[in-house]
Structures are given as C-alpha cells and as structure tokens.
Design a protein around this ligand. Sequence first.
Ligand code: TRP
Length: 379
Amino acid sequence: MPAQPLTSEPRQTAADQAGNDLAEATTDASLERTRRRSEEIEAQIAADPTGFRVLTGDRPTGNLHLGHYFGSLLNRVRLQDAGVETMVLVADYQVITDRDGVGPIRERVLSLVADYLAVGIDPDRSTIFTHSAVPALNQLMLPFLSVVTDAELRRNPTVKSEMEATGDRPMSGLMLTYPVHQAADILFCKANLVPVGKDQLPHLEQARVVARRFDERYGRVGDAPVFPRPEALLSEAASVLGTDGQKMSKSRGNAIELGMDADTTARLLKRAVTDADRHITYDPVGRPEVSNLVQLTALAGGRDPHDVAREIGDGGGAALKRAATEAVNEMLAPVRARRAELVADEGHLLAVLRAGNERARAVADATLDEVRAAMQMVY
Ligand code: TRP
C-alpha cells in the first residue's frame, strides 16, 4: 500500500469518524460484542496462548490494594500462567500528567515492582518495565499525535472529566494527549490484547484508531500493517469496594493494601461501614456495604458469597468483619511475607527492572525501525 499524503483524510471527517468510533466503544451493543469477543479470545488462549501478547500496567502512585488484586493482578497472573506473553508497564511518565510534580516516584516504582513479584508476576516470563527507560516507545508519540485531532482528545471521557474538574488550574498538554501515549504503550510492543474494565474501552478504541490511521496515512513495510489493532479482553472481575462502601482508593483511606500488616487490616475492617440489620445477607444492590464485606470474605476464601452470608446469619456486622479479616489476612499472608523479603532487597528489584527495561527497549527499537521505514525516514 502506498503512503498516503497528509491531506487524504479531511480534518472534519477524521474528527467525526473518531467521535463515532470512540462513542461507539461504550454503547450497550458494542459492549455486548466486546464481551462475546472476549469469550472467544479466552477459548483461543486455552487452545493456544502463543498468538497473543498482552500489555497491562499501572501508574506508580501508591501501594497496590485489594481492588487491584481482585480487579487486575490475579487476571494478569492467570494469563501469564496460561502461557500468554505479558508486558507489564510501570507507567512513570503518566504520573507527570498530574500537576503536582513526581512525588517519591523512585520509591513508588520499586514498591510497585515488589507488589507485582509478590503476587506472582514472574520476571522470567513477563517483562516489567518503565516508560522513562524506553526512548523509542516515547518517540512513537510524535507520529501518533499527527494522526489524532485535539477535538477527539477533548472528547475522551477521562480527559473530559479532567478538564471539567480542573477549574482554575490549567490542564497540561500531556494530560490532554495521554490517551495517545497509552496507545504508544500498547502499540510499541505490538500487543494485540489488553485486559480492561469497561471504563477503559475508550482508551483502547483510541489505540485501535491510531493503529488504523498510521496504516492509512504512512503505509506499510511489506504487506502487513506495522501495528496490529489491539483487542480488549474485558474483565468480568467483581469490583471490590473500600471499607466505606466507596471505590477502593488509597486517597480515601478505605483501601486494604497488599503490603499492610495483619493488625492494620483488622483495624481497618473493624471500622468498615455496615448497616443496622443484624441478619447478614448477600444483596449487592440493596445492601452494598454489607455485601461488599461478604464478597471480600468469599473472594479471599475462594467461596460463594451466599454461603458466607448464610453461615454468618444473625451474627451481625461484628462477626462479618471478623470473618472478613480472617479470610483476607490468611489469603495475603504468603503475599505479604514475599513482599517483605522483596522490599528488603532493593538490588534485586532494580535488577528485575533493568532486565525488563532492556527487553522492552529491544522490542521498541525494532518497532521504531519499522515505523521509520514505513514513513520513509531511513537515512
Ligand atoms: N492508565 C493505567 C492506570 O492508571 C496505566 C496504563 C498506562 C495503562 N498505559 C497503559 C494500562 C496502557 C493499560 C494499557 O493504571
């Protein structure tokens, strides 16, 4: 396919098209399609995992907690153990989309690596790496930014809510363009699979749009497009709420961190919000706080939440909290023991990260070579 001139996609059409694609990503029908497709992909992984490369990651903004554990970490370990090649990004450049400097970033990056290793991400099989150590990944931002419009970025749900929340404080250019940076995260290693929750689907759609437009505008090397169009692997993981019944997050003080000790966990759960009815039931819609504790107990113990609720019965909130504490502490004991050893050995954490960064750099350099060839910029 010949390279396309810059004007091949009229501005208006490009933006409109993106609006359609991106809005499309969140309709019920499209969600249903993505769900069905995810089931197909799971079946393909079970039959032969070698056709897939997964990219996932986190911003190093604090210690990982049970929300991350049940929401994404277990799933990553499952995919890795199923034989899918997995790249795990410590998204350090994404931290600087915030306006408040980098904070204790080095410590947080190492703590995140410790969390990963403690839960079973195996650096011999998965590549753990940081943005800042992979120049060629970041260089992809330039050609990628050339194929998106500012209007479609402003329509991205996360960017939009950030713009609305900003008030008087201006939003950085990096915040505006971070969906494109995420596209580079996914595409630099030609990941074809990204495990996401449904709120992340617009980001993935942005990466698909970038891959397609790069192909249309800049062309190919050989027959195949330089970038595959990555697919979502929609996670149906139950979302675990914090001890106050709100979304679990460090800043709300409602999070049970993987690295917390057993006593702190007990104290947090003792303060958890319940309700006035002593009879414990599992009813996530009618009794969200109580049901969250029931579900936490069930997930931690590998049990059915209805059984957990039945067993506690008229024992009330106190018995429920005791059961939750016991189940969580028991489940996390080996993770915490491993984590403590890892944190004590900074040299090992750095060695893991350096090896991962080196692998990621090799992958990124190879991709950038293809990008240069497609763009006729090989000198
Ligand atoms: N935004 C993700 C988070 O907040 C981290 C991340 C950065 C990511 N780039 C990504 C996730 C690409 C998936 C794909 O944790």
